[in-house]
Design a protein around this ligand. Structure first.
Ligand code: ATP
Length: 276
């Protein structure tokens, strides 16, 4: 679905990717996780053909994004972190641009606006930041493209809207789209993802795996006292029953590895996961 081979990219004085290799072959909701400045937005811009890499090859749905082919853009939609405000309402925008996508459904658009409780007839410029994101998410998800890229989709959403977002993303994936969403708020996507890519600062790929396979490389030990936490553990967290530690060792049987422990273990500056 997506291949980056020796991808190299940098802004003027800021290298971001240096021979970055990434393959995404499966997954219906993939989390692109990484700390601030790791390069998630930059990667989305390269994958969508908005920016060109300096070196290496990128393939998305069998297309070279640099070619910006019409057929490519029928298969892909993208909600950027920074959202535009065209001079019209989301309904007008959806009526004009939606039909460019073969699977667009105006009924689904209306349903999504209802789920998010957003009025689709207001001018874009009159929305609050959260409602603006809900409007763009409703437009984008109703296009039902093969691939949907969402940069920080929960940014500015209140708790209720975050719950709705999780529900509609699961529905969209069940309907056949592959979704890649970026975030550094790992707790918000726990339980939603079936694939996870973690990129650290400097564009280093720390993990690229299906959630169901994590236990083959990582394991947890529970109910420890603080003194019992093994020194080789990657991260640890206080739980009601004592401390839980994450180890880079295969588990004997399937285990649910909490994303926050994994994220801290692979990218954190400290090993302890805060419960705040
Ligand atoms: N237009 C730009 N000009 C120069 N440097 C930039 C520009 N955009 C991003 N950068 C730098 O490139 C690096 C990667 O930025 P990017 O926005 O891709 O990271 P990110 O993982 O999306 O971060 P965040 O989680 O904060 O959104 C950062 O060091 C950032 O400062």
């Amino acid at each position: 679905m997506i291949q980056c081979k020796n991808l190299t990219f940098g802004y003027k004085k800021q290298p971001v990717y240096d021979n970055f290799n990434w393959n995404l072959t499966s997954g219906s909701i993939c989390g692109l996780l990484g700390p601030n400045g790791a390069g998630k937005t930059t990667l989305f811009k390269i994958l969508t053909g908005l920016m060109f890499q300096r070196g290496g090859e990128v393939s998305v749905l069998g297309h070279n994004p640099n070619k910006r082919e019409e057929n490519f853009y029928k298969k892909l939609t993208y909600v950027a972190e920074e959202l535009p405000c065209p001079n019209m309402s989301p309904r007008e925008y959806a009526s004009i641009c939606g039909p460019l996508y073969p699977n667009f459904s105006i009924e689904r658009f209306e349903e999504l606006c209802q789920s998010f409780e957003v009025n689709e007839n207001k001018d874009f410029s009159n929305y609050s930041a959260g409602d603006l994101r809900k409007a763009w998410l409703s437009i984008t998800l109703s296009c039902r493209t093969e691939l949907i890229l969402l940069d920080e989709p929960s940014k500015g959403l209140d708790i209720n809207a975050q719950t709705v977002l999780r529900k509609v993303l699961a529905e969209t994936a069940a309907d056949g789209s592959t979704i890649i969403l970026s975030t550094h708020h790992v707790r918000e996507v726990e339980g939603l993802l079936d694939y996870i890519t973690i990129i650290d600062r400097g564009g280093h790929l720390r993990l690229n795996a299906g959630i169901e396979n994590l236990y083959k490389e990582y394991s947890l030990i529970h109910s420890l006292t603080k003194e019992q936490i093994p020194t080789e553990s990657l991260a640890y967290q206080r739980r009601a029953t004592g401390w839980t530690a994450l180890l880079k060792e295969p588990s004997n049987s399937p285990q649910d590895i909490p994303l926050e422990l994994l994220f801290t273990g692979l990218c954190g500056k400290k090993k302890e996961v805060s419960n705040e």
